[in-house]
Design a protein around this ligand. Structure first.
Ligand code: TXA
Ligand code: MG
Length: 339
């Protein structure tokens, strides 16, 4: 297998000039995977149709699923978006740099391929310093979907990227594990309200504390029209996944399911809360995190799903957690994975 060049870097590094080579590569049309605080992205020059076209090809991404354009500074927003409402600045002021993506009317020079033909563009200024330095040094806005095959689990470390896409991309910037672990919150702000199209790293509660009464979470049906690609089965491990909802006898219901699947001759594994994990067979169980700590569950979600993939089971039985805070994003991904 041909392997991409790997550039290792730490945010504590004073000299980030190692980012000059990957930045130059992005500008000239290459594909470079890089860390953000949410998940690793696969970056391409957003102004180059050729580069973005290769991005879609490598990911085997459906052409009706638009990608996010990443910028390094708030001042760069008008370079890619137009008709920016006042509350966009309020949101950016509060949450940028960070895990929120704003969907706004697009500027003409952003290729239609990036936005899947929509008249809107999704924009994010990542919280991760290395990501921002890379974008700044490239001198162009950077189109970057998560660095995984379309529909699969997002990568939270460089090794995951290399395993899945290594043969087809040019370079990987490796800064270790990502902090948040689930993708950014995608908010459509082209109307008068904030519509959350995808829950993510910035919780709905945080959004509501800034814009009370003006935040709604879109249903999957409404999503289909606005963001076609995002409504399909997604964030999926290679096998089936069933969710066991919360409740007093949650662990017993997991065990029942486990026996039921095994009776049918299916190999089942469990994605368990830290509290219940000890009740299940150790060799079939991966721990998600403490069910009361959604941030830790979010951070470990994708690596847990990847670990379960290595068990080569037929079905994953996943315990639901509370949907407040980052729990909403965790459960959104698990529900999408369950299809
Ligand atoms: O945290 C993240 O957002 C990561 C990192 C790399 O920044 N990126 C990411 O990109 O998750 P991706 O392509 O895997 O997901 C982008 C989401 C999709 O659900 C897509 O449908 C939606 O954003 N999206 C992009 N442009 C849109 C637009 N113009 N209107 C509505 N939804 C849009
Ligand atoms: Mg993705």
């Amino acid at each position: 297998m041909r392997l991409p060049r790997v550039v290792k870097v730490q945010s504590s590094c004073e000299d980030l000039s190692v980012l000059d080579a990957p930045a130059k590569l992005i500008k000239s049309g290459g594909l470079v995977a890089f860390p953000t605080e949410t998940v690793y992205g696969l970056g391409a020059n957003a102004l180059s149709e050729k580069a973005v076209s290769r991005l879609f090809e490598v990911k085997k991404r459906a052409l009706d699923d638009p990608v996010i354009v990443h910028i390094a500074r708030k001042e760069d927003l008008p370079e890619v978006a137009s008709d920016i409402p006042a509350f966009a600045h309020k949101l950016a002021g509060e949450f940028w740099p960070g895990a929120i993506t704003l969907v706004l009317k697009k500027k003409k020079h952003i290729p239609d391929l990036v936005t899947a033909g929509l008249d809107t563009v999704a924009v994010r200024m990542p919280g991760c310093l290395i990501a921002r330095e890379l974008i700044k040094r490239s001198g162009v806005p950077v189109a970057a979907p998560s660095a995984n095959m379309f529909g699969r689990v997002s990568p939270t470390c460089a090794k995951d990227v290399i395993e899945e896409l290594g043969a087809d991309i040019d370079m990987v910037v490796d800064a270790g594990r990502t902090e948040i672990g689930v993708e950014s919150t995608v908010c459509d702000i082209t109307g008068r309200q904030v519509k959350v199209l995808r829950p993510g790293g910035v919780s709905v509660e945080m959004l509501r504390s800034i814009l009370p009464g003006e935040v709604s979470v879109e249903t999957d049906r409404a999503l289909l029209k606005r963001s076609p690609g995002s409504a399909r089965r997604h964030y999926s491990p290679s096998c089936a996944l069933v969710i066991i909802e919360r409740g007093p006898d949650q662990a017993e219901r997991v065990l029942e399911k486990l026996f039921l699947f095994e009776e049918k001759g299916l190999k089942a594994c469990v994605l368990a809360s830290e509290e219940h994990a000890g009740l299940f067979p150790a060799e079939k169980t991966v721990v998600l995190g403490p069910s009361a700590d959604a941030s830790r569950c979010a951070r470990g979600l994708y690596s847990s799903l990847r670990a379960l993939d290595k068990f080569s089971c037929d079905v994953i039985i996943a315990e639901a957690i509370d949907e407040s805070g980052l729990g909403l994003a965790v459960m959104n991904r698990l529900r999408k994975a369950s299809g």
